[in-house]
Ligand binder design. Structure first.
Ligand SMILES: [Zn+2]
Length: 236
């Protein structure tokens, strides 16, 4: 089992860890700052730094089948560390931070467009949500609203509730197709002060102002009652 350090502090760029297993499936550590692919967010990239200073490039991060162990996928041809070895796990922070900003922007997009969400994903510095929505959406108006919400610079915080509490409050779930991760007995709720509360396992910025400007790049009609809205971070 891997302790998921990014859950309590998404701003951790590196951490000391011990190798549990290293084989063809990947390198498992006892703790990590690497976010494993899931919930529409890609797995982190970065490097594991060995005692002697050698670096093993990590090209992706995934959950093992038990959903409790996190596997770091080394670049092809990398030498594997020995079980028990001490390493420093370091993520590609610039890339992760853009994902944190884009991901948090998607939460605000679901506030700007209060329709049921049927899917979504986060890319490099962009993301999309699919809405169950029949209305004609005005790109410029959605973008204006989204940036107004970002500019409120609201704090983003988390708290944990039990699976039972979540089952008793189904209205908390905005996303119909991406089920929140349950089964471990507790679920993490992400709150954007006075705006949004939903279960989410992803990584977020601490205040909405960190997102910076966002643009709505495309609104696509994916059927009579489905609208796909794409956003992108505007480089500053
Ligand atoms: Zn989230």
């Amino acid at each position: 089992m891997t302790e998921a350090l990014f859950r309590d502090d998404a701003y951790l760029r590196k951490a000391q860890a011990r190798v549990l297993i290293a084989d063809a499936r990947g390198i498992a550590l006892d703790r990590t700052v690497f976010y494993p692919q899931g919930g529409g967010q890609p797995g982190d990239q970065g490097a594991l730094i060995l005692d002697g200073g050698e670096e093993i490039p990590i090209i992706n991060t995934i959950y093992d089948a038990d959903r409790r162990t996190i596997l770091h996928a080394p670049a092809e041809g990398s030498a594997l560390p020995a079980a028990g070895a001490e390493v420093v796990a370091r993520i590609d922070w610039d890339r992760r931070y853009r994902r944190m900003r884009a991901h948090t922007a998607l939460h605000l997009l679901s506030v700007a467009l209060p329709y049921p969400v049927t899917g979504g994903s986060v890319g490099e510095a962009e993301g999309r949500l699919d809405f169950d929505c029949e209305a004609v959406l005005d790109k410029a108006a959605v973008e204006r609203r989204l940036n107004e919400l970002i500019a409120l610079d609201a704090p983003v915080t988390q708290r944990w509730i039990t699976d039972e509490e979540l089952a008793a409050n189904p209205a908390l779930i905005k996303t119909m197709s991406v089920k929140p991760p349950t089964g471990t007995g507790r679920v993490r709720l992400i709150a954007i002060e006075s705006m949004d509360l939903q279960p989410c396992g992803g990584t977020h910025v601490a205040r909405t102002g960190e997102i910076g400007r966002a643009s709505v790049t495309q609104i696509e009609k994916k059927g009579r009652i489905n609208r796909r809205v794409r956003i992108a971070l505007v480089p500053s």
